[in-house]
Design a protein around this ligand. Structure first.
Ligand code: XIL
Length: 434
């Protein structure tokens, strides 16, 4: 974009914000021949006008995924930081999560060693900035170190998983708000009756790896809220409705078997164009409440790879999605927290990826988050703040209703899922032994 294009956009955006905030237009914007303007000051967005302060006023949490290596912890601990990104993260987020640093590949350089330096850096930063931290994640089919493939076997996988969770959750014991214990374990398209994804963990341990992970995490860190986290369960499309139903079955199965689980994470990687979340997700959140579970928005961003138009069009569509989505989910009393996957487009995985689902045909960068590449707030920032202001104040969860008893002969017999087509278990696939 040219410099004149940039100042034009900045001016238009500022005008829109000034109007939205009900303030009078500055003289230089309304005069026919304005004097060369000095850049307008941003509306207040820090201190009491920050997302974390607005969220705290409603008893909810706003947070973001970060790379701890990019945070100026030393500055913050010393005379103060002059780094804009660090200031932004400290000012806006009430809770942080490591985008990659606390995954297996981030913590396990070799099969015999653990490297907690980046995780500890995140905890240190958060404690200086008065923020909570959530852990992500203890068990996932991705984010595994290269040595895993050649080291993990059916004979040692249980021990490997249990030892990892004991060591990692034990290391951070008592310090975390929550842990994503198991990430993305459901994939109906893999064709199993229980809809479990054919992940290395499933192949090496069997379906019981999910419960094993939660039981181990509960022992290692009894204070953290143990979370099952997944994606592709937000929309009312046939595919996502089916997957959401299968996630609910997993949660019910776990509750029926007294597995320690406290929350479900809805990743919320949404698209700026196409269908948006609606009634199906709302009833899922209410079903979760009936099971005594909180629901967290864990990884929200808004992908604009297929949205026509320039930066203004992206910004408007992205802000609408944040407004409508967070408006809907934060109205539910068992949704006390929303995190975005990053905070500025400068560090968004959507701008780092070369996948077709991330690249725009015009080659432009995506603007999926609340701040842009230059750390300026996008319209999405104001949309999120307004949605937070309208959030239902956090309320105690209802007493869980009794979970239907499970036929001990068939742990994976599906329960009927109100509001979604009853998912039928698929027949065992010949030759797979399942
Ligand atoms: C992504 C990170 O953002 C990338 O930097 C990394 O290369 C791959 O993982 N669902 C998750 C996150 O649960 O851990 C993923 O994070 C994004 C999708």
């Amino acid at each position: 974009m040219t410099e004149s294009g940039r100042s034009h956009l900045t001016r238009r955006r500022f005008t829109g914000m000034a109007l939205a905030m009900g303030s009078a237009l500055p003289a230089w914007l309304s005069a026919a021949e304005p004097p060369a303007p000095s850049p307008p000051a941003h509306p207040a967005i820090t201190g009491p006008e920050s997302l974390r302060a607005h969220a705290a006023a409603r008893g909810v949490l706003y947070g973001a995924a970060v790379n701890p290596a990019l945070l100026d912890v030393e500055g913050l601990a010393g005379t103060g930081t002059t780094d804009g990104y660090t200031q932004l993260v400290g000012a806006q987020a009430g809770i942080l999560v490591a985008e990659n640093a606390m995954k297996w590949a981030g913590l396990r350089p070799t099969a015999d060693t653990f490297d907690f330096s980046l995780g500890d850096r995140l905890l240190r930063f958060a404690s200086l900035a008065g923020q909570r931290v959530r852990g992500h994640n203890l068990c996932w089919h991705e984010g595994l170190p290269a040595w895993f493939k050649t080291t993990a076997t059916k004979d040692n996988a249980r021990e490997l998983l249990i030892q990892h969770i004991q060591t990692v959750a034990g290391h951070f014991r008592g310090q975390l708000h929550s842990w994503d214990v198991v990430n993305e374990a459901i994939e109906p398209q893999d064709g199993r009756g229980d809809s479990l994804r054919k992940s290395p963990w499933l192949e090496l341990i069997g379906p019981e790896y999910v419960e094993m992970a939660f039981q181990t995490a509960a022992q290692a860190d009894p204070a953290a809220k143990l979370t099952y986290n997944d994606y592709g369960i937000e929309l009312d499309t046939a595919e996502q409705t089916a997957k959401r139903g299968q996630v609910l079955l997993l949660l019910r199965r776990m509750k029926a078997r007294s597995v320690p689980i406290h929350a479900v994470g809805v990743q919320s990687h949404l698209q700026a164009d196409g269908p948006q979340p609606g009634e199906g997700l709302k009833s899922f959140i209410r079903e979760a409440a009936q099971l005594g579970l909180e629901v967290y928005v864990t990884e929200m961003d808004v992908n604009t790879h297929s949205l026509d138009g320039g930066p203004d069009a992206q910004d408007a569509a992205v802000a609408r999605v944040y407004r409508d989505y967070l408006g809907m989910v934060l109205a539910e009393p068992n949704v006390p927290m929303a995190l975005t996957w990053g905070i500025t487009s400068a560090h968004s995985w959507l701008n780092a990826s070369t996948q077709p689902w991330a690249l725009r045909p015009d080659g432009a960068r995506q603007r999926p988050l609340l701040f842009d590449d230059d750390l300026r707030p996008t319209p999405a920032f104001f949309a999120v703040r307004a949605a937070i202001d309208a959030a239902h104040p956090a309320a105690p969860l209802p007493e869980p209703s009794p979970v239907p008893a499970i036929d001990p002969g068939n742990l994976y017999k599906p329960f009927p899922v109100p509001g979604s087509p009853t998912a039928q278990p698929q027949a065992a696939r010949p030759g797979t032994g399942r």
